[in-house]
Ligand binder design. Structure first.
Ligand code: HEM
Length: 225
């Protein structure tokens, strides 16, 4: 990487180009998928929307202040919003399945024996909906399950909340994703009311990214807080 040729390092340029493309590719469709499912869930759960808005307004420095006044510190104080976002990513992980390969023979936690070079595909979508893991209400959108009695976020290990994958190859953009998504959500919810058009079929497409199969039709109305 540090080998210089004529004052220019071709390996360095390639590394920078690849890294930039990698970050753009990894952080574009994932964020848009995550935001679409989130906005749909919030628009169809008015109680959750009201609680998010209440929390944002409580944390705005002044009633006249707009969302930009919150800054990253303010955004990080929004416990209910964080909980709602985790809950949305649990039910609709933008990367719905993953694969790993074994270097040598191994035994899975389930007891299954595998040979070397076996590809194992696992569903992040399903892991977020297992009753033994998440409880009887696992299919319900309940941000409250992420909040302790003290009103703090409950830490959930990444092997359980697997939307960003777990282990050495987990998402490098996890923290950035939360900040980015929260800023966009706050900017949208403070300025617009989103009404989901009735009668449409909302379901995931089976692809590398969990897009909505038919997109999401909404009516957007400008509001002022
Ligand atoms: C809601 C948003 C996102 C979700 C759910 C998500 C999820 C994931 C998942 C599941 C992986 C593992 C992929 C694999 O092993 O094949 C991954 C890897 C990765 N993500 Fe994200 N991601 C998100 C946003 C971002 C953003 C915004 C960035 C960067 C700006 C980013 C950068 C990366 C990178 C660089 C990797 C590869 C890490 C490695 O292989 O060591 N991601 N992400």
């Amino acid at each position: 990487m540090n080998e210089m040729k004529d004052g220019k390092d071709p390996i360095d340029d390639k590394f920078l180009k690849d890294t930039t493309i990698n970050l753009l590719a990894a952080g574009t469709d994932t964020i848009s998928s995550g935001l679409t499912w989130f906005l749909w869930l919030v628009a169809t759960h008015p109680f959750v929307e009201a609680k998010i808005l209440e929390e944002i307004k409580e944390n705005l420095p002044s009633r006249e202040g707009n969302w930009k006044c919150l800054g990253i510190e303010g955004i990080n104080k929004l416990v209910y919003l964080h909980a709602a976002l985790c809950e949305s990513l649990r039910l609709y992980p933008p990367v719905p399945f993953e694969h790993k390969s074994s270097l040598k023979p191994d035994v899975l936690p389930s007891g299954h024996k595998i040979k070397s070079n076996t590809m194992i595909v696992y569903s992040l979508y399903s892991i977020g909906r297992v009753e033994e893991i998440w409880g009887e209400d696992c299919l319900e959108f309940k941000p409250e399950r992420w909040i302790s009695k003290k009103g703090e976020i409950i830490h959930v290990p990444s092997y359980k909340f697997i939307a960003f994958n777990a282990g050495p190859r987990s998402c490098l953009g996890k923290e950035m994703s939360f900040i980015e998504m929260k800023m966009i959500i706050v900017a949208i919810l403070l300025n617009y009311h989103i009404h989901v058009v009735e009668g449409q079929v909302v379901k995931p497409s089976i692809s590398l990214i969990l897009h909505m199969k038919h997109g999401l039709k909404v009516m957007v109305k400008k509001i002022s807080i």
